[in-house]
Design a protein around this ligand. Structure first.
Ligand code: AMP
Length: 279
């Protein structure tokens, strides 16, 4: 596996591969890799002749300096995971490579980023959109892979790629969970033992709500009340939001039915987890 640290070198590598007739799959990450990331790598390796993974902790998408500071960084472990999945190139730019002193242009993600994550993390999706466009222009992949765990992020990226005429297919990959149902996340390593036992309740309740909504159309108000009361026994949990949205437009809906998705953000002490389920 080749490690590349500059934009010009990865652009050159991609151009050479493409002129040799190879297709390029790309998975952007912030590192602290786990089986969820590995699933994206595996799909890319399966569907493309070459796979590039980037590791870059993007300061632009963090709202709090402490969250950025606490974000786990473990490059040597990450290299082992990527290599095991047969990733061809690990692109690991540093902050100066991505955001030199003179850096000035950013992307506004627009209305699709206005609620849920965007509302609670102002500027987050502008930061995500900016870094993803920069990475896509650096790697120039045919296909890029993103997790459905970050449901709104995927919608934002699809919108930006369409709006800005980027020539890249975007694929959403189902959420990978541990045996208790907890969605794998780099942030899970920061959960206290108590929170770790309580956090799987989020997906358990999402499953209950989805089952209910699949049996009969259920009002959004009823589902929100269900989530709030079902999470009550879990003392470490603090709900930040629960929204039911149209799975494509992400507009809030009044009744949950096929074609809608329930999205939640829940704090467990100082760790913020998000999850979702499509009906
Ligand atoms: P991150 O490193 O957290 O920015 O994630 C990089 C990519 O991996 C994003 O597209 C995430 O949505 C995806 N991802 C993270 N966790 C999971 C998971 N448990 N299952 C599937 N994809 C995931």
């Amino acid at each position: 596996m080749k490690v590349i640290r500059t934009v010009s070198e990865v652009q050159e590598w991609s151009a050479t591969e493409r002129s040799a007739g190879n297709t390029i799959g790309f998975v952007p990450t912030m590192g602290a890799l786990h089986q969820g990331h590995a699933e994206l790598f595996a799909q890319s390796v399966d569907e493309n002749s070459r796979t590039v993974v980037s590791i870059f902790v993007n300061s632009l998408q963090f709202n709090s300096a402490s969250d950025l500071e606490a974000y786990p960084r473990q490059l040597e472990q990450d290299k082992v995971i990527a290599e095991k999945q047969n990733v061809d190139v690990l692109f690991v730019p540093n902050h100066e490579e991505m955001y030199p002193n003179s850096f000035s242009s950013t992307i506004s993600a627009g209305p699709i980023a206005a609620h849920m994550e965007g509302l609670h993390r102002p500027g987050h999706f502008d930061g995500v959109a900016t870094v993803v466009v920069k990475l896509l222009n650096a790697v120039t992949p045919d296909i890029a892979y993103f997790g459905l765990k970050d449901f709104q992020q995927l919608a934002v990226i699809r919108t930006v790629v369409r709006d800005l005429n980027l020539k890249c297919h975007i694929i959403g990959v189902p959420t990978v969970r541990n045996e208790s149902g907890l969605a794998l996340s780099s942030r899970n390593s920061r959960l206290s033992p108590e929170s770790l036992t309580q956090a799987p309740s989020v997906y358990a309740v999402l499953l209950e709500m989805a089952t209910q909504a699949r049996e009969r159309e259920t009002t959004t108000t009823a589902l929100k009340a269900h989530f709030t009361s079902a999470m009550k026994p879990f003392s470490a949990a603090k709900i930040e939001y629960i929204e039911i949205v149209d799975s494509v437009t992400l507009h809030p809906v009044n009744t949950a039915k096929a074609g809608s998705t329930i999205c939640v953000a829940v704090w467990f002490e100082d760790v913020r987890l998000i999850d979702n389920i499509s009906i």
